[in-house]
Ligand binder design. Structure first.
Ligand code: HEC
Length: 202
């Protein structure tokens, strides 16, 4: 009796685990294994990939999602954040940065919505310089305050008298790469249509 009980228990646990694995990992993996890179989606450049690493390191994804919901699932379409996201939008995203929180707006198409480098630079240096009541934290460690800028360095046009006399604020290579990455976020191309195969016709 004891033996049969353990047997049932063991296979019960095994079946539960397998079912969970199939539903959450196995079947979804098969469903998206055929996804091809869509026309219009560019591969990230080395610079953009570096910026992506900074995005991950700085935890931007704890406040920003990268997934636009369709009509009927929240207000994303009214917010003009772009067309609903499809699996093909993420073929080059490893790991994906879907995010779960939206303390700030979705960034799936920030490269379409905000194209100004100087805006992004100031916003990262101190969000309140460009968005008065922003609750986004500043990232001053992505910038350097120094006497003179190097020949290729980006100098921020910081308003007011925030910068000490005779000093300039320049973007570090990390800030430059991060902004490149943000500008590359553009899924304004048409979503690839899924090939519909109708098995009933056969
Ligand atoms: C604590 C939450 C939080 C974190 C962390 C955060 N943000 Fe934000 N972000 C916000 C909020 C809130 C806004 C909206 C107010 C504003 O524009 O500043 C915002 C706005 C933005 C915008 C403008 C979006 C638009 O539609 O205009 C960009 C771009 C942005 N964040 C990028 C970043 C990047 C890059 C990082 C990481 C370096 C980051 N954010 C980290 C909260 C956050």
């Amino acid at each position: 009796m004891m033996f049969i009980r353990s047997f049932v228990f063991f296979f019960g646990v095994l079946a539960t685990l397998l079912l969970g694995w199939a539903a959450l990992v196995g079947i979804p993996d098969i469903m998206i294994s055929e996804v091809k890179p869509p026309e219009g989606l560019e591969r990230y450049t080395a610079e953009e990939l570096f910026g992506r690493q900074i995005y991950i390191r700085e935890g931007c994804l704890y406040c920003h999602s990268q997934q636009v919901r369709p009509e009927g699932f929240g207000a994303d379409q009214d917010r003009l954040w772009g067309r609903p996201s499809v699996p093909a939008d993420y073929v080059y995203d490893r790991p994906h940065l879907l995010g779960t929180m939206r303390t700030g707006p979705d960034l799936m198409n920030i490269g379409v919505r905000q194209t100004s480098v100087s805006w992004h630079m100031l916003h990262l240096y101190d969000p309140r310089l460009v968005v008065e009541e922003s609750t986004m934290p500043p990232y001053p460690w992505l910038f350097e305050v120094k006497r003179t800028a190097g020949p290729d360095e980006y100098i921020l046009d910081v308003p007011g008298n925030r910068v000490p006399e005779g000093k300039v604020v320049v973007a570090t290579p990390e800030a430059e790469a991060l902004v490149e990455y943000l500008l590359s976020l553009d899924r304004s191309f048409d979503a690839p249509q899924r090939e519909v195969t109708n098995d009933d016709d056969e």
